[in-house]
Design a protein around this ligand. Structure first.
Ligand SMILES: [Zn+2]
Length: 90
């Protein structure tokens, strides 16, 4: 299943204080906004900046969700046994 929801971190553009997070559909994702949001830290309404949370984790999760076998990299037989004996999932 492709990832359709993304988690967005909302921060104050001035102090980088976190306003919170929200989950949106990828198709509706808006990282740019002109909305003003009240910041307790700054004591006024400020611009809001948004970033995608755990971007790299999401990529990994999406790749792991692809059908079929995981890609086989150049693991020699000796390396394979070493990993297996080390308890690394192979
Ligand atoms: Zn602020």
């Amino acid at each position: 299943m492709p990832i359709t929801d993304v988690t967005i971190i909302r921060r104050c553009a001035l102090c980088s204080g976190q306003f919170g997070i929200m989950t949106v559909k990828k198709d509706n994702m808006r990282l740019m906004t002109n909305d003003l949001t009240w910041c307790d830290h700054c004591g006024k309404e400020t611009r809001e900046v948004r970033d995608i949370a755990e971007r790299e984790d999401a990529v990994v999760a999406e790749q792991a969700s692809y059908p079929g076998n995981p890609p086989v990299d150049d693991v020699t037989a000796a390396e394979f046994r070493r990993r297996r004996s080390a308890g690394i999932g192979v």
